[in-house]
Ligand binder design. Sequence first.
Ligand SMILES: [Cu+2]
Length: 501
Amino acid sequence: MLSRRSFLLSTLAASTALPTLAHSQNATPRADDAPPTVLRLERRSIEVNGKPASVFGIRQPNGTFGVRTEVGKRFRVRVENGISEPSLIHWHGLTPPWQQDGVPGVSGPPIPPGGSADYDFPLRFGGTYWMHSHWGFQEQLMMDAPLIIRDERDRADQQEVIVMLGDFSFRSPEQIFEELRKGDAMPPMAGMPQATPAAAEMKGMGQGKEMMAPKSGSMSGGMPGMATGVGKPDLNDVKYDAFLANDRTLADPEVVKVEPGGRALLRVINSASMSAFHVDLGPLEGELIAVDGFRIAPVKARRFPIAVAQRLDIRLAIPRAPAAHPVLAKLEGENKQTGIVLVAGGAQVARMPGEASMASPALTLDLESRLRALSPLKPRKADRVHTINLTGEMTGYRWSLNNVAWTKGTAPLALAKGERVELVLINKTMMPHPMHLHGHEFQVVEIDGKRFPGAVRDTVLVPPGRRVVVAFDANNPGHWAFHCHLLYHMEAGMFATFRYV
Ligand SMILES: [Cu+2]
């Protein structure tokens, strides 16, 4: 059982190892006297498609979902497990001491029903993060919440608007997984080939890079380089009943009042279990200023891709004229959409359909290849390179890394403190995989052989047949997870760990 004492002990151990922690304690001695923020894991009921749905939630006693705090403060939180099963919460994108990272069986044991666990570590950087259960399939049932760390980017004249995206099914996640394993859950999707023939073709293609890499351009107007019928990706292998933005569908979307002529900061969090989206601002142009919490050289556009677990910080200048401005999230590869509505002045909110007139393209790396970190890693030769093939097949729904489906007995990947590490991620499958590293931010430094100083982030999409290299500094010793963030891929074994002291 995870006692409070064990957490406090691990925090103490970490404080001797991390000078920043000790410094921060000295600088703000009074902060430790304040009571921690309580987060309760709870069952709650929402309405989806006119029907009641029982889901989870992570809320403070005052009803606030998740946490909003400030950079430089300590993350002092007590998680109380108010549900009837074990749970453990991961602070996605943060860099805590490893025992507080919230991955059962890697960081520590789960919190039993009725139990609690304490967390206490310094917040090194600001931005848009989130928290979610890493226990079983609880994430599919919305055991997740925003984790916002305000910093100098937050301006008094700028209204913060959080958009949490999700995918929802009335079937239980266990049933969904069972159907995937049996292979009968694959929806016949318009224009999408079934996995088997495509996967068979893939085997004869080596890396399949030449055949499959989208060669060109824009994200609008179909799937660039993917129109030949060969090497189309498999997308959306779970058929969902609804796509949610802040718990709601477009039948009854959240309506947020904004100031005509004012500024807004959209913090978009893709907390869906399996679904990637294009954030579509309609006629408004947004300025993307951060991905996964980390600053980039701003990019102006009307549409931005967001893979599972990623975040986008988008600045918006609201026009002066009274108007409703939908912020839509369009499911990749299909015509489903969800979203919220920003309303400036006394404008009418028109009803928006849950289905767009045409299907969206698959996500590409076009934007990723253009992103440039504002605070890149110091240029340095890698001390260690891990090549990680993303492997698997739809038959039996087997997913793995380097053909190893993770179990508790799987040996961790090696690295050593102080090293610059590069992970070469090569997708040998027909599905895109959003790959997430715990406990460290990484920088995207190469796509398909082309080096560039890309975005610093914690989750990167690797589409079918593509090669993406990320670099990070091994500066947070411990035992850390690295995995595909598609929930059912992770559960099937697309997971590995790194361990160093
Ligand atoms: Cu995956």
